[in-house]
Design a protein around this ligand. Structure first.
Ligand SMILES: Cc1ncc(COP(=O)(O)O)c(C=O)c1O
Length: 413
């Protein structure tokens, strides 16, 4: 294999059709930000939007902004926009609440549509909040509901006629492994089960085709590859064919057919608004719109191609330059099977990540031993791949990670 040089990567940056997007983001000087898979970078325009929403819409418009600034409709208007990024119809998506809360709502709705069945299939190694949320739901439902945990290669076999719903994450948060949404959904439907997907690590990182795969319900956060800002409200997808059929359990007034009729009893909206529960975080929603608008101007196929190329290069360079340091690749080697991150295992992963931070490379750590390097194609350059590996090699060769203070765990790793 030809040895890649930094000059080769400078050339790739010059030819990159997405290169201009980088200027739309604020990135601190000297920082290589490889953590967009955790929290996306800030679009510059978000700062202006924040001032506008706080100083004009809130300070001056006051409650009138619910109507005049479109606050009330934001979950739906942003849902209509974001739908295009995940292969959904505009009327199938709302932006609201957190991923976990949305998962709770959609899974409860899916189970209620399968009243004879009691089993939910999940990948146990999946992001824990999904397990925790579903465990909470199952405890509340009682009545024999159980979770059948299955790892990636066991999922197909775990789906049988006892299964009410599968609840699966498209791209694995630790390894970046991509599961076959079309095949798993088809298998679920073939036994009469509903398919619920979590798109946290795929929305905005690659083309996703919810309707092409016939998915029933889906959720995704917007603070990673969609650059919506810290804690920005999550996407919730409910296939149109189910509208009017489901009832999610958090039956607040925003999901009522006529919230401002102030009726005594709950009467569900017969469209995706039924998935809303209450007053929405308007400031967060307003900022999320900026990231979504940027993403809508980008070509998702070009994003995917750049992401595969960057992660391939990162793996190649790590193996060439850091190969003697007991590092193992945890992500799939084949780019088609890998999301927009590379995970490397090292026993001392945590202090290594801390030493990388001190050298200006922001990556993160997922216990045990997993160092995650995320490559968000809208603002990461090919030369950043080179420079990050350069610094990793330096940290490993000099043993810089051995400083005692790097062992002290921060609350968020
Ligand atoms: C796959 C997946 N699901 C859910 C979440 C988090 O959910 P929430 O936004 O509710 O905290 C994450 C967070 O990184 C995740 O990776």
């Amino acid at each position: 294999m030809a040895i890649t040089t930094r000059t080769d990567l400078e050339r790739l940056d010059r030819e990159d059709p997405l290169a201009a997007f980088r200027d739309e983001f604020f990135l601190p000087d000297g920082i290589i930000y490889l953590d967009g898979n955790s929290l996306g970078a800030m679009p510059r325009e978000a700062a202006q939007r924040a001032r506008q929403v706080v100083e004009k819409e809130w300070a001056i418009g006051l409650i009138g902004s619910m109507n005049t600034a479109g606050w009330y409709a934001l979950p739906v208007t942003l849902g209509r926009k974001i739908a295009a990024l995940v292969g959904a119809k505009p009327n199938e998506v709302v932006l609201t609440d957190s991923t976990g809360i949305n998962l709770y709502k959609v899974l409860a709705a899916a189970l209620q549509m399968q009243p004879e069945r009691r089993v939910i299939v999940m990948e146990g190694s999946n992001f824990p909040t999904n397990n925790y949320m579903v465990q909470g739901l199952v405890a509340q439902l009682g009545d024999g509901y159980t979770i059948r945990f299955a790892e990636a290669d066991e999922i197909m076999a775990a789906i049988d006629e006892d299964v009410a719903a599968i609840c699966i994450t498209h791209v694995h948060y630790k390894t970046g492994n991509i599961l076959d949404m079309a095949a798993i959904t088809e298998r679920a439907h073939s036994v009469g089960a509903a398919a619920v997907w979590d798109l946290c690590h795929s929305a905005g990182a690659m083309p996703v085709d919810l309707n092409g795969c016939n998915v029933d319900f889906a959720v995704a956060c917007t603070y990673k590859y969609l650059n919506g800002g810290p804690g920005s409200p999550a996407l919730l997808f409910a296939a149109e064919r189910h509208h009017g059929e489901y009832l999610q359990p958090l039956t607040g007034w925003f999901g009522h057919a006529e919230p401002f009729a102030f009726e005594r009893d709950y009467r569900p909206a017969h469209d995706v608004r039924q998935m809303l529960s209450g007053t929405q975080p308007v400031v967060s929603l307003s900022l999320a719109e900026i990231g979504i608008d940027i993403m809508l101007r980008a070509d998702l196929q070009a994003i995917r191609e750049k992401s595969m190329r960057m992660t391939d290069l990162f793996i190649e360079l790590v193996e060439q330059r850091c190969g003697d340091h007991n590092i193992a690749l945890l992500s799939p080697r084949q780019a088609e099977r890998r999301g927009s991150q590379v995970s490397l295992y090292h026993e001392e992963g945590y202090p290594i990540v801390r030493a990388m931070h001190d050298r200006g490379v922001i990556c993160d750590y997922r216990a045990p031993g997993n160092m995650r390097f995320g490559f968000a194609p809208l603002y990461i350059r090919y030369v950043d791949v080179w420079d990050a590996v350069d610094r990793l090699q330096d940290v490993l060769q000099t043993g810089a990670w051995k400083k005692p203070e790097y062992r002290e765990r921060a609350a968020v790793t």
